[in-house]
Each structure stands twice: as structure tokens, then as C-alpha cells.
Design a binder for this molecule. Sequence first.
Ligand code: ATR
Length: 279
Amino acid sequence: MVRRACIVGHPVAHSRSPMIHGHWLAQLGINGAYGREDVTPERFGAFIGELGALGYVGCNVTVPNKEAAFAAALVEDSVGKALKAVNTLWIEDGVLRGMNTDVGGFLASLDAARPDWHRGVAEALVLGAGGAARAIVYALLSRGIRRVSIANRTKERAVEVAALFGSDVAVVDWSDVATAMGAAAVLVNTTSLGMKGQPPLELDLGGLQAGALVTDIVYVPLETGLLRSARLAGHPVVDGLGMLLHQAVPGFERWFGVRPSVTPELRALIEADIVAKGG
Ligand code: ATR
């Protein structure tokens, strides 16, 4: 029997997950399939309730359904429980289970690109306060970074995120980002600014610590304006594609029984698709 999984989101047409999982299925010779399902938040509960009946062994869940997925599933993973959001679901012994692989995906991406990136890092600055920001703040703290500052256009959202984590996480005003950069050895953009079709992230990196790592979760384009400015100023940079690739690994393993690898070949495949579509 063909084992089937899918990405559930709204919108979902742009998702590269089918290409990633399709590559692994073909490469590993697995009799499986990975499709996409456009499901609105209103329909999400009903859809997930029928997941098994629809022939799926599990799915990925993306914006805007990750919190609803947490509510629908049995979540034993500490990351998913802390963030109250999961992006990976699977049916095991008839029970829908969930986990969050965004945190692990972010960390694995940085580890692969810049081993030891967190060694000696005392402070980090995160731009944005959406679901992705929560995962990134969690990830940074989990690596022993003592202080994480969050700056967001809408300050109240940054305050809400900081409240989840306690006194190690501070809020800075969006207008004070340039100043806050002086203390940060890691800078992460989790906003949608810089993404194709969105306004640019206009940031003067002049105040950033020498040698500070700059990373962006936006991966279309692969080199965002932020990453370009950082690279030209001599900072180490990590693009957002690695997080997308690495977050996919645990789900594939649950659904299809083999742990796949993030290879240069897979990266090149997705990069080529981004470029071909004008990213
Ligand atoms: P996700 O859950 O995927 O992180 P989100 O909740 O929509 O997505 O968050 C998008 C982030 O981009 C937010 O931090 C948002 O800031 P607000 O909370 O003020 O909306 C940020 N963002 C989007 N457009 C922006 C803009 N033009 N200027 C500054 N920040 C922006």
C-alpha cells in the first residue's frame, strides 16, 4: 500500500515541501506519496479528524494552522508543548500525534552551515514576533544564549512572546533596533520583510558587532537584502533554506520509516526551483 502524507496550509500552492519529500521518496525508492491540501482554518478541524480516512499516515501543517494542530493532536514533545504549536502530525496506533520540528530545523541548519555558531554567544536579537519568532527564541535559549531581545513593529506582540520565556527575554522598540544590534552576536530576521513581494527590511548594520552571525528565515529570495548587506559587511550569514530542509527530516522519518539526509543535491534542487520561479 502506498503511504501518503501531505502539507496542509492556506495558501499552500507555493510550498516546496512536496518537492523535498518527493525527492527523498524517489532517492530512497520508497513506495510513498506527498501531496498538498489547501485547508482553511474553518475546515481544519474537520479535515484533521478525517486524516486517516482520507488515506494519509500524517501531514505537515503550516500557516495558519499550527496552533489548531497542537489542539487537535496528542503532543508529548517538549518543544511543541512549550510553543503550543506543531507542524508535524502522524497517526500512531490510531492516535493523532504531533511534534514541532521548526526549532530543531533552525538549529540543524545553523549547525550544518556554521558549526560552533553559538559558542561564546551571550546575546541575540530577533526581529519579529509571529509563530516563527517563538520557535527561534526557544531555539536560541536552548543553546545556552543567556539573553535574547525581540523587536517587532507591533510591540505588544513582542511583549506576548517575551512573556512565554521569562526574564532572559527582553523587548526592544522597533525604532531602537540599530542600538540593540550592538550587544548581539546573532541577529535573526523572522519577519516577512525582504520576502519576494513584501517590502524590504531596511536596516543599517553599522552598529552590529564585528563577526556577528546574521540569518534570515526568509528563503525567497535565497539571498535577502539583509543577508546581502551582512555578507558585504563581512558578517557570516546563513540563509533560510536550510531551516526548511531540516525541519522536514523528522516528519519523513515518522511517515516513511527512514531518516533522510539534507544533501547538497537536495539543496540545489530547491535552489533551482526558487530561481526558476523568479525568487
Ligand atoms: P509567522 O507566524 O509566520 O512568523 P506572522 O505572525 O504573520 O507570521 O508574523 C509576521 C512578522 O512580520 C510579524 O512580526 C510582523 O510584525 P507585526 O507583528 O507588527 O505585524 C512582521 N511584519 C510584517 N510586515 C511588516 C512590516 N511592513 N514592517 C515591520 N514588520 C512587519
